[in-house]
Design a protein around this ligand. Structure first.
Ligand SMILES: [Zn+2]
Length: 203
């Protein structure tokens, strides 16, 4: 890999980790993010057990798309199967952010999709986020077809919700995926509050 591509990917990863941590959409050590290293079959992923806020140059993991560690001192996130297989199947994805965000989880438990209730999400996302019912702790190879089916049935979709689990945002870079994740969570909150008001008003 060219060192320029690697440095760009590393900076994208670290900036996305910092921004996502500061946004407050992920607490503790949950969630994970990754950046594709362009021109390679490799990705930078969050080490397991680290918070978004503690990701630094010294603890990042470089793995192949099957999650095998190529460089780094720590164990990569167990969600590598999901990240790597999304990069393998969808070449347009350059960054992925996954968080266990409160309103996205609530919406995933009661709805089949995240409706784009605001004007701006309708304009930006165009396609509602499907809810995928994955029952395992992280997405296993056996559960991947459910994820692929949801994405393929909604061309252009920029993310999805994992039922009772959290959100996954996909974009050209990890920084953009982080911004998409924030917007998904914000939309979930608005949808959740709107439905409560609808009930109150008997709509
Ligand atoms: Zn998770």
């Amino acid at each position: 890999m060219s060192s320029t591509e690697f440095v760009k990917a590393k900076n994208d990863f670290l900036e996305a980790a910092k921004r996502t941590y500061e946004s407050g959409i992920q607490t503790g050590t949950g969630g994970n993010l990754s950046t594709r290293i362009p021109g390679t079959e490799l990705m930078i992923v969050k080490p397991s057990g680290f918070t978004y806020g503690s990701c630094t140059e010294d603890n990042l993991c470089i793995t192949d798309f099957d999650g095998n560690l190529v460089d780094g001192k720590f164990k990569p996130t167990r969600e590598c199967t999901l990240h790597g297989n999304l990069y393998k199947r969808y070449p347009e994805i350059g960054g992925i952010v996954h968080t266990h965000s409160v309103y996205s989880i609530l919406v995933s438990m009661y709805f089949d999709q995240l409706d784009l209730v605001t004007l701006h999400t309708e304009l930006k996302f165009k396609v509602p986020m499907p809810v995928v019912d994955v029952t395992t702790q992280s997405v296993t190879p056996e559960e991947l077809p459910k994820v692929f089916a949801a994405i393929d049935a909604n061309p252009g979709v920029m993310g999805f919700l994992l039922k009772r689990h959290g959100l996954v945002a996909m974009d050209k870079t990890a920084v953009k995926a982080g911004q998409t994740a924030e917007l998904i969570e914000e939309t979930a909150q608005i949808l959740w509050e709107k439905r409560k008001m609808d009930l109150l008003l008997g709509k």
